[in-house]
Write a protein that binds this ligand. Structure first.
Ligand code: NAP
Length: 673
């Protein structure tokens, strides 16, 4: 059969395999199926195309424009996901593995698209945190801002998730406004190539935003600079080699690494056999060992159980694992497919032999594989028991990247934590317990060593997402052995592709730069009441100053009895005086808010559709009967939400007759365009 020609997409052209191409074999049959790589690939032209064509085009857009593009890419992939499933079987993955890789990858795109529109501004500058008050009178302030890096992100991915691995990096990168060059692992690059073709054929991205290297990267890394990022997923050995590249070190190139990890799962001391937690633990461990045939960076490699329950766990786990149907992933009855290649199989067996020097194999099975499957990269689940985990070393540092795991007993929860931490830094540790004190001890003892701690029990198990699933909302990465990197985690992940800059200047400067009005900047008097003006007519800084209203004792009495809020500070002068905050009876804060609304609203039907909330409300000075208040209402920021209306954030300050601030908040309204 002719080999599939897996191309690269370089500087706007598809480049077929050429000199130096590697042959890729099917994981299921071991037969050659594809060829990828070309030594003649012009990596300098690719970098130039990304930096000088893709980057400028992406940076012209705002976060919301790019979020919409990411959503459209997700939709394009969804429409053709059957093709991706069909291509993925040859990697050894089953249909349920495809759901993690392909549907999980697309889902990640949708989450970033939605977070981009909900949590990032409808503009080009991301404001990181609030304005910092650097001067007494507020004429000199500070604001951290994030702007897109002006280089290229080189994404080097592992073989195990050819789609998710690409998309979980691509979504935050595009959202940041940075072009990317994707280099999938060669063993499964035919799936990634198809996903890239689907995205490019959908014609959503500007030229230069996405390029692909199928096969070797050549000398690309030798030409990176401080505006570029390498985001690597793979083994610790490769990460070390790549991050030690002198050019990367010398030029301070950002290098994010997600490496291998000796993840642990701890059965809580409370989880006796017969409890929902014990059964849940067995289920989670078995699932982690067999999903993707154990080729998950987050899979459970070390199983920790109270010493007295080790036997029970081995028994229950063996019973469950023995039901694993191993075979052709295209067969619906199959629960576990093959490793990605026979090379990977040899590596896993060699690593299992190393673990076997310190631990006894207590479970395995012989899969029944005949015909063309006999040459596939199938490995059965292998469970080891390490009787002396304190003295052992290799069980804590050897990652067999397949369905291999080692159980070890612990004396008490501190011992379990110490064993979990012997992994030298991991992506995830899980704990199955119904005891919140145990959970707190584990987080305090193990938090610093693990990027994620997954706690599960009878209360959360129905809706829990699984030990091994990195979620786009949550940070993925871990210290030490896990690479010291961090990806995703919502907007945090986008910031890895941006530079944070501390900008200092006057309120006017900060308002113009951030697109968000800062108190002290120019107040623009609009041509009419701002509530009569449509979303698009309102300008940032447009301000209404209201008339004053005097607050009377009758108002306070009336409000107290009308609402039922007869708190002593509003009702009892002597008691209020004994309180360190009040000069005597004072007006309710909510009365002041209500009066403020009465002062600034324009009552007639108009473009303001609804008040959707208040943010950052502070009462700064009490208001007594006889004081008067007035309001300043300024347009602080605007964000388009739907085709019909957008959100207006108004900065509101209430001042008294002496111009002292008594309250401050942001008011949110939805306004028609
Ligand atoms: P790998 O051998 O380290 O390869 C990872 C990537 O690096 C591949 O794309 C590979 O390309 C590329 N690469 C290797 N040498 C290179 C070089 N000199 N220059 C440029 N690129 C180079 O890892 P793998 O076997 O694909 O993946 C398995 C490992 O990944 C496991 O250890 C697993 O724990 C880890 N992993 C970690 C995570 C995580 O999120 N932390 C996720 C998945 C997997 P070629 O294929 O072309 O050699």
């Amino acid at each position: 059969m002719a080999l599939q020609q897996i191309s690269s997409f370089a500087a706007g052209q598809w480049v077929a395999p050429g000199a130096g191409a590697r042959t890729i074999a099917s994981a299921i049959t071991g037969a050659p199926i594809a060829s990828a790589g070309n030594d003649a690939l012009d990596v300098l032209a690719m970098l130039d195309h990304a930096r000088n064509t893709g980057g400028p085009a992406l940076r012209k857009l705002g976060f919301h424009d790019r979020a919409r593009m990411i959503k459209a890419l997700g939709q394009a992939l969804t429409a053709r996901k059957q093709e991706l499933y069909a291509a993925s079987f040859d990697t050894g993955a089953t249909q349920s593995d495809h759901l993690i890789d392909i549907d999980g990858g697309i889902g990640t795109m949708f989450v970033f698209a939605s977070k981009g529109r909900r949590e990032m501004p409808d503009g080009q500058v991301y404001l990181d945190g609030e304005v910092e008050q650097l001067s007494r009178n507020g004429t000199f302030l500070g604001q951290h801002v994030c702007t897109p890096l002006q280089g290229v992100a080189v994404h080097i991915n592992a073989f195990n998730f050819p789609v998710w691995g690409m998309l979980e990096k691509l979504a935050p990168t595009l959202l940041a406004g940075v072009p990317s060059i994707v280099k999938p692992a060669t063993n499964s690059c035919y799936v990634t190539e198809l996903a890239v073709r689907i995205m490019l054929e959908a014609d959503i991205l500007p030229a230069g935003a996405l390029q692909l290297v199928s096969g070797g990267l050549g000398h690309m890394l030798d030409h990176l600079g401080c505006q570029d990022v390498v985001s690597f997923t793979g083994s610790a050995d490769t990460a070390l080699k790549l991050r030690s590249n002198p050019v990367i070190l010398q030029n301070g190139v950002r290098f994010v690494a997600e490496q291998d990890s000796l993840n642990a799962s701890i059965l809580g001391p409370d989880a006796e056999p017969g409890t929902p937690e014990f059964d849940l633990f067995i289920k989670e461990v078995a699932r982690e060992m067999t999903t993707k045939a154990g080729q998950k960076c987050t899979a459970i490699r070390r199983i920790m159980a109270p010493q007295s329950r080790v036997e029970a766990v081995i028994e229950a786990l063996s019973a469950r694992l023995s039901k694993t149907v191993i075979g052709d992933p295209r067969d619906e009855a199959t629960r576990m497919g093959a490793l990605v290649s026979n090379g990977q199989k040899a590596d896993v067996l060699a690593k299992a032999a190393i673990i076997g020097q310190e631990a006894e194999q207590v479970f395995t099975m012989k899969p029944d594989l005949t015909g063309e499957l006999a040459n596939g990269a199938f490995v059965p689940p292998m469970l080891f028991h390490c009787a002396d985990p304190d003295r052992a070393q290799r069980v804590h540092d050897t990652e067999a990247f397949g369905p291999v795991s080692t159980i070890m007993g612990y004396r008490d929860i501190d011992h379990a934590v110490a064993l979990a931490n012997r992994g030298g830094g991991s992506l995830v540790t899980s704990l199955i317990t119904h005891d919140a004190d145990v959970a707190r001890d584990v987080v305090m003892g193990a938090g610093a060593w693990h990027g994620r701690i997954y706690i599960n029990n009878r209360d959360s198990m129905k809706e829990s997402t699984g030990h091994g699933s990195p979620l786009p909302h949550m940070v993925h990465g871990g210290p030490g052995r896990a690479g010291g990197g961090e990806e995703m985690g919502g907007v945090r992940g986008v910031k890895h592709y941006m530079q944070r800059t501390a900008v200092q200047g006057s309120p006017e400067m900060l308002t113009r730069i951030g697109g968000k009005w800062v108190p002290g900047a120019t107040e623009v008097a609009g041509p009419a009441h701002p509530f009569t003006r449509r979303y698009d007519e309102l300008s940032i800084g447009e301000t209404l100053n209201t008339a004053a209203r005097t607050v009377t004792m009758d108002d306070i009495e009336h409000f107290a009895h009308f609402t039922g809020d007869t708190f002593y500070a509003h009702m009892d002068d002597a008691a209020a005086k004994r309180n360190p905050f009040f000069p005597g009876r004072v007006a309710h804060g909510y009365l002041l808010l209500s009066f403020a609304a009465g002062l600034f609203v324009e009552p007639n039907e108009g473009p303001v559709l609804a008040n959707t909330g208040l943010d950052g409300l502070r009462f700064m000075k009490p208001v007594s009967a006889g004081d008067s208040i007035k309001v300043r209402l300024s347009v602080k920021a605007k964000t388009r939400r739907t085709d019909e209306y957008g959100e207006v954030r108004w900065h509101v300050t209430l001042t008294n007759q002496d111009d002292e601030q008594v309250a401050e908040y942001d008011l949110l309204t939805m306004n028609a365009y």
